[in-house]
Design a protein around this ligand. Structure first.
Ligand SMILES: Cc1cc2nc3c(=O)[nH]c(=O)nc-3n(C[C@H](O)[C@H](O)[C@H](O)COP(=O)(O)OP(=O)(O)OC[C@H]3O[C@@H](n4cnc5c(N)ncnc54)[C@H](O)[C@@H]3O)c2cc1C
Ligand code: SF4
Length: 322
């Protein structure tokens, strides 16, 4: 690891606009620094700025950026009103990592592409213009949707997939003031600037995440991965379905492990809304989600896997209770 300066922030204002890299739980940043994938000269530690509470916000909730993943998943209000979020967090990492990892850091975690972590390999995300080792290389974990000729990495997190389906809003502050970004719009596609993972600008910090009023219904987070624990999603499906008189009155879907961002497809949700459930309809929704999907060789299996996982999740979510 290279030497760096360390400062402790005592309020968000100390970190906003600071010419330093923010460190929160450190569970991703420190790994990247040890491997010299990231080499910041200065760190600013935000663990003592507050922003560590889950609070009521009208009918919704406001989650501080420093709330630990374990605390958020266990929060009684989250478990009751937004169980999808709790389930998605608990599907991620390990208990020890969740105890340390924060809401802001989780949103900002970087891809798990093997070539990104290997400083001897070409990687446009780590070193723009150096090429992409995963295209034509080992790409089992990589994107089937929204990829570019410059980068086919996936966003690896679980929590943000649930936040996207729940229409959460991320509150950020920078030198120009505060602004809000929809969780579904926070992460970006790689295009020809894969070095940028998300819409946060230089000097901006995540302050909190707001959840709108609970949706009710059945909320399912299904994560398909190589192991039950300590493994990133190959495909994940976050679903909220509210049934009324045998029809889907509300259908919200988001997908993880398939693109550079949590993937939401309004056309698939519209197709389901107002309709009685059926395997044929679920298959048409999968067609809408997979429009333009393209495998890279090793990850071709993700296309049928997403279709099957979506079908199974929708069947479970629409099952009449006995
Ligand atoms: C072995 C292992 C397995 C894992 N498995 C999973 C998994 O299955 N699912 C999953 O979702 N995650 C998984 N993770 C990732 C883990 O969830 C993240 O490392 C963690 O959430 C990052 O949070 P942190 O607070 O430690 O962030 P840090 O490491 O402190 O920071 C990460 C990044 O966020 C930035 N940052 C932090 N806070 C803010 C803020 N408030 N505003 C702006 N920028 C900020 C930092 O500058 C840095 O770039 C795994 C991690 C490991 C090591
Ligand atoms: S997929 Fe993206 S992160 Fe991975 S090597 Fe290619 S450019 Fe780098």
């Amino acid at each position: 690891m290279r030497p760096f300066d360390y400062t402790r922030a005592h309020a968000p204002a100390d970190a906003v606009g600071a010419e330093a890299r923010i460190i929160a739980g450190g569970t991703n940043l420190l790994d990247l620094m040890k491997l010299q994938v990231e080499t910041p000269d200065r760190l600013i530690d935000i663990n003592h700025v507050g922003l560590d509470r889950v609070e009521r916000d009208g009918d919704g909730l406001r989650i501080g950026a420093l709330v630990r993943n374990s605390d958020l998943a266990a929060d009684p209000a989250v478990r009751e009103g937004w169980p999808l979020l709790s389930k998605a967090i608990l599907a991620g990492a390990s208990a020890q990592i969740r105890n340390r990892a924060t809401t802001g850091g989780n949103l900002m975690q970087r891809t798990r592409c093997y070539y990104f972590y290997d400083i001897d390999a070409p990687c446009n995300k780590r070193e723009p213009g150096s090429g992409c080792g995963a295209i034509g290389g080992n790409n089992r974990q990589h994107a089937i949707l929204g990829a570019s000729d410059h980068c086919i990495a996936t966003y690896p997190g679980d929590m943000a997939v649930a936040m996207s389906a729940l229409d959460a809003v991320i509150e950020v502050e920078g030198p120009a003031g505060k602004r809000e970004i929809r969780a579904a719009d926070f992460h970006r596609l790689p295009g020809d600037t894969p070095q940028r993972d998300n819409e946060l600008q230089s000097g901006e910090m995540i302050l909190s995440v707001r959840l709108p009023a609970p949706l009710g219904g059945r909320q399912i987070y299904r994560k398909v991965r190589d192991r039950r624990s300590y493994a990133f999603a190959l495909v994940s499906v976050a679903a909220v379905v509210v049934m009324e008189a045998g029809r889907m009155a509300t259908a919200r879907l988001a997908f993880g492990g398939v693109a550079h961002k949590p993937w939401r497809v309004p056309a698939a949700e519209s197709l389901l809304t107002g309709q009685p459930p059926s395997p044929e309809l679920f298959d048409r929704a999968a067609d809408a989600v997979l429009a333009g999907a393209r495998g890279q060789g090793h990850n071709d299996f993700k296309i049928p896997l997403l279709r099957r996982t979506l079908g199974a999740v929708l069947a479970e979510a629409t099952q009449e209770s006995k």
